[in-house]
Design a protein around this ligand. Sequence first.
Ligand SMILES: *[C@@H]1O[C@H](CO)[C@@H](O)[C@H](O)[C@H]1NC(C)=O
Ligand SMILES: *[C@@H]1O[C@H](CO)[C@@H](O)[C@H](O)[C@H]1NC(C)=O
Ligand SMILES: *[C@@H]1O[C@H](CO)[C@@H](O)[C@H](O)[C@H]1NC(C)=O
Ligand SMILES: *[C@@H]1O[C@H](CO)[C@@H](O)[C@H](O)[C@H]1NC(C)=O
Ligand SMILES: *[C@@H]1O[C@H](CO)[C@@H](O)[C@H](O)[C@H]1NC(C)=O
Ligand SMILES: *[C@@H]1O[C@H](CO)[C@@H](O)[C@H](O)[C@H]1NC(C)=O
Ligand SMILES: *[C@@H]1O[C@H](CO)[C@@H](O)[C@H](O)[C@H]1NC(C)=O
Length: 557
Amino acid sequence: MKKTKIYIVLGIILFLIIITIALVASTLGIVIRKSKTETKNVECNEGALVCSISSNDLMKHLQQLQNIADESNGTRAIHTKGFNQTFDYIYNYLTTNTNLKVQKEYFSYMKFILNNTPMLSTNINGLETNYTYGLEHDFTYLRNSGSSDFNTPFQVTSIPNFGCDESDWLNATSSSPVGDKVALIKRGNCTFTEKSLLAVKYGVVGLLIYNDGTAPNRYSPTSGRVDQNITFPALSISYQIASRLMNAIQNVATNVVVRIHISTTKYPEPVGNICAHTITGDATQTIVIGSHTDSVPEGPGINDDGSGTATNLVLATNLDRLFQTSSYPPYKYRVKFCWWGAEEVGIVGSGYHVSQAKYSTIPGERISDYLVNLNYDMLGSPNFQMGIYDGHTANFSTTPPKAIPGSIRLTELFRNWFIDQNLPYTISELGGGSDYASFLAAGIVISGLNSGISDRKTKEERDYYNRLLGQGNGGVANAEHDPCYHQSCDSLANINPLGHEKLSKAAAYILEYLGRHSDLRSYLYPSDEIRQLEKISTYRSTEKDNVQYVFYRINDL
Ligand SMILES: *[C@@H]1O[C@H](CO)[C@@H](O)[C@H](O)[C@H]1NC(C)=O
Ligand SMILES: *[C@@H]1O[C@H](CO)[C@@H](O)[C@H](O)[C@H]1NC(C)=O
Ligand SMILES: *[C@@H]1O[C@H](CO)[C@@H](O)[C@H](O)[C@H]1NC(C)=O
Ligand SMILES: *[C@@H]1O[C@H](CO)[C@@H](O)[C@H](O)[C@H]1NC(C)=O
Ligand SMILES: *[C@@H]1O[C@H](CO)[C@@H](O)[C@H](O)[C@H]1NC(C)=O
Ligand SMILES: *[C@@H]1O[C@H](CO)[C@@H](O)[C@H](O)[C@H]1NC(C)=O
Ligand SMILES: *[C@@H]1O[C@H](CO)[C@@H](O)[C@H](O)[C@H]1NC(C)=O
């Protein structure tokens, strides 16, 4: 009995040991398997800002912006009800739902209204020709054009070269005075605005800027803008019309006149920026996150830049909410979330903000307090790429050297997150066409994301995105990243929720990483690297040669 008892006891112990081992093993197995599936897609560690980002929250804001556009003739452009309602929506949302300190800032921008369909005719030795208005036709207006009635015939004079240099105008003057004439000028070398300022100086009564016919897509008239203050009519005309006029003018005996009918209304009207900053964190070390509120007149701008606007709102709201909990320690740095106005007419709102910051004496509002600008402009392109601004492509002759090493570090920081997440990414060149350019030109480190504009997705890119996102999620080869760029179809249907959510998560990750950094200033402005760069830099600090200016040369020429 005793012996059998012992055997039974031993048997039970053995049984228990086996069970324990089996349990431990299976638990370990589960843990291992679980951590394996997690490393495949660890989007966030519990409690991190990234975990708080959801597509639903983003889409809710985008729906509101779409509703606003629907009630405002399909646009949220500056000087429309749609812009003002977007502005109020952001302001009210932040003041109602967060403890952030929300501030409005207004600047003046010329409101421009085209009152009629413009008319243009030429008369060469008594032969009258009327032209067809429209971008695909003979001529179009330039924004900020003054008015003119059709009854007055003007003589035409051709300005040599590009009309960018005083000598061009003086040369035209020597044969026949420019004053009281309409100046005919080729596009190129300097901006339309610069040409128009010289036109003012030399007293012209009208301005015709023509396309140069150097490529098949450089015959039609182009849209553009001239100086806000000009009072004479300004049109963009096709290469064909210009050639006829030039040929006629060459013969001094030929009488060449044009008649222009255009009616415009212009007056300065305020446009606003909104910034909302955390009440914790060192004001003299501020992280600025920006997106723009305005759309183009042609559409509701839900991707451009409703998507960045929504991301910025979700980041602001969720960070503020985390700061209310005891488990999420405040950042060492102030975070300032900004929504810029008038980006689409030349990066005006952020430019105004930066120019004010240069003169401010209030801690937290001075340019020296700004450590970095993260820019989110277009994050929801339907045929998206996950584009990271490439700090390496900052133009060395137009960017202050101190902004370059940090901007390169942030490119790498973003890239590493995409790699860790097993997500595809695309490194995209800094063209200067968004609000970060205002900061970069002022020597502030920048970074940001962009989901792609009018360029086409290649087959290689599609395959790469398919491989990492799953077959079918990689998008469409040979199609534009955003086929509705600056068009009326840039609506809620023009958003890819998957891409938008991933890019917003990347934005959340970077914000938290920077917020938790122990010495952000040294990280973003490594003095040794900056000194090395300064030695080889060709940067010249002039108002004209900054990144923003260069962008407008490219786009306005
Ligand atoms: C709405 O847009 C159309 C087309 O651009 C324009 O003709 C019309 O005047 C606009 N209406 C208002 C109220 O702005
Ligand atoms: C938009 O707001 C500005 C600034 O408050 C105001 O001057 C303007 O009249 C408003 N425009 C419209 C169309 O509501
Ligand atoms: C050009 O348009 C004006 C105004 O509509 C008209 O009076 C004139 O007859 C037209 N000229 C020609 C040649 O069609
Ligand atoms: C101005 O005209 C003179 C004489 O025709 C010519 O030599 C010179 O190159 C012209 N200058 C410009 C800037 O076109
Ligand atoms: C190009 O424009 C600049 C001013 O922006 C001017 O100084 C230069 O002479 C122009 N060059 C030509 C070829 O017109
Ligand atoms: C336009 O004119 C206004 C008023 O005369 C002036 O304050 C402003 O600086 C001018 N703007 C430009 C770009 O010249
Ligand atoms: C950098 O800017 C300069 C000055 O505007 C320009 O000439 C040059 O082409 C730019 N370089 C690049 C790589 O874009």
